[in-house]
Each structure stands twice: as structure tokens, then as C-alpha cells.
Design a protein. Structure first.
Length: 279
């Protein structure tokens, strides 16, 4: 594995339409930096998700670079995973747009010039992801109900880089009303971590949070079950497979809300992809 993207390595830069519409100046700055620093750059300006997928599938040996927000990053990673080419080359990103907390939490610089330079001069960091039985992926964290998966009680999960983005992550993952109502604050859920029951249906829980672990060692996810909104009883564990079951629950995976479902199992996929970050 190379330490960084070589100066002569070709790049495929996918410019998200939302980024073009909302912040054309940042797009221009990123393009200028990339053109000046890379020997070969191909820009694509897709107008739909299908065009994004087509560009990524037919990129050849070019390394994918996303100019956009978290939704654009997730779309690209999902496409590459579905095509079974996610491990072929590191993914790079220049965050452009108001919802880029996930990218910042994963270590991508928040400033456009710095992020563009990291594409050229950075190094690929191996990342785990969570894969569920329906093919859905989680790059950062998920929570049930669809509230904030990054609570004060879970602050020890964050690396120093991630701590700089905590306030943005809270904004990204604030509770969203469902059908005009706030999601229920307590649910009866059965939570299993590698077969060990952390919570069962006989006692309601306030929140279940799961995230890929930033620590070295075995590829395990961090699981936290909170019984109440205050700093009351909680159960934590590290596991390879997490199963949650209950009555019609919704969950937030990164920035997307999914459900209702009655059961879902997430499994850690170790070193499933690489993200280019500053050295």
C-alpha cells in the first residue's frame, strides 16, 4: 500500500451538484489546487445519483475524489462497496456544504484548501465499516431512536481529531421529528452484542449507540445502551456483530434515518475501505 497518492496518479473528481449550486467558489478553489498538484485530473459533473455511479464504475485506474458533503461521500462509498471495488483505491474528499460533520469526524480537514492538499499529499487510513443484512453501510455511528449517537457519556470513544468535530456531529445527529412528532425517548429493545444480551424487552431503554471503534486492535464496534437520559445506568461492550430487535423502531445511520424495522443486525467489516487524510 502506497503511503500517499503519487503526483502522477490519475484522479477522478466527482463534483456533487449540491456543492456546485451552494458554494461554487469553494468548488473552484478545490479544482485549482487539484489541477496544480496532480499530473492527471478528470472532472465529472453528475446531475443524478445514476451519473455518479456510472462515473465511479467506469473510473479505470483513477482514484476517486468527492467534492461535496457527507451525503456525497456516503453515496460514493456505497456505490464502490456495491461494485466490490471499495478496496481498490483510497477515497478522498473535499468537504463542501453545511453537512460535512461525518467527514470531519473521520479526519478530513474542514477547510477547502487544506482538504484539497490532503488529497495530493495525505496518506490513506484504513477504516472499518458496519454492514447490515440488507446491504446498508455505516461509516461512523448509528443510534436508536434516531437521535444523537454521540452522547457525553460516550465521549471517550473519540480520537483527538474527532473531538474537534463533536459539536458539528451533534448538529448533524440532532433528533429529527418523525411524521411531525419527536421520536419516542424510551423504547423496549433487545440488544445483543456477539450473542450477549445487553438489554431485553422487559425494560425500556433511552438510547442505543453503535460506532466503529477508532482504537487499535481487533476490529470491533463500540456499543452503548443508556437506560435514562441522565447519567444513569448504562451498559457498554465491544463486539463484532450487533443485533437489535423490537417493535417497529427507526434508527439513524450516519446522517440517514431508516425504518421502521423490527430487527437489524450489523457486522463490522474490518479495514473495508481507505480514506485519505493529512499525514
Amino acid at each position: 500500500m502506497s503511503a500517499h497518492v503519487p503526483a502522477g496518479h490519475p484522479l477522478l473528481v466527482v463534483i456533487d451538484p449540491t456543492a456546485r449550486a451552494t458554494d461554487g467558489e469553494s468548488v473552484r478553489i478545490a479544482k485549482d489546487v487539484l489541477v496544480a498538484g496532480a499530473a492527471s485530473v478528470k472532472f465529472v459533473l453528475p446531475e443524478s445519483a445514476a451519473e455518479v455511479e456510472r462515473a465511479l464504475v467506469h473510473r479505470g485506474r483513477r482514484h476517486p475524489v468527492v467534492l461535496g458533503d457527507d451525503a456525497a461521500l456516503l453515496r460514493a462509498v456505497r456505490t464502490l462497496h456495491r461494485e466490490r471495488t471499495l478496496g481498490d483505491a483510497p477515497v478522498s474528499m473535499v468537504p463542501i456544504g453545511p453537512r460535512s460533520a461525518l467527514a470531519l469526524a473521520l479526519g478530513v480537514p474542514g477547510q477547502v484548501p487544506a482538504a484539497a492538499r490532503a488529497v495530493l499529499e495525505g496518506e490513506p487510513r484504513e477504516m472499518d465499516l458496519l454492514l447490515d443484512e440488507s446491504g446498508g453501510i455505516v461509516l461512523g455511528a448509528l443510534s436508536i431512536p434516531c437521535g444523537n449517537p454521540v452522547s457525553q457519556t460516550a465521549a471517550h470513544w473519540w480520537t483527538p481529531v474527532e473531538k474537534t468535530a463533536r459539536s458539528l456531529v451533534r448538529t448533524l445527529t440532532a433528533p429529527i421529528p418523525v411524521n411531525g412528532h419527536q421520536p419516542p425517548r424510551r423504547q423496549r429493545l433487545r440488544v445483543e452484542a456477539d450473542g450477549v444480551v445487553l438489554a431485553d424487552l422487559d425494560q425500556p431503554v433511552h438510547e442505543v449507540s453503535v460506532r466503529t471503534s477508532p482504537s487499535a486492535g481487533p476490529a470491533l464496534a463500540e456499543v452503548l445502551v443508556r437506560r435514562s437520559e441522565s447519567d444513569g445506568p448504562q451498559v457498554s461492550a465491544r463486539a463484532r456483530t450487533i443485533t437489535v430487535s423490537g417493535r417497529d423502531f427507526r434508527y439513524r445511520a450516519d446522517s440517514a434515518i431508516t425504518g421502521p424495522v423490527r430487527t437489524r443486525t450489523w457486522t463490522v467489516q474490518p479495514s473495508a475501505w481507505r480514506l485519505t487524510v493529512p499525514r
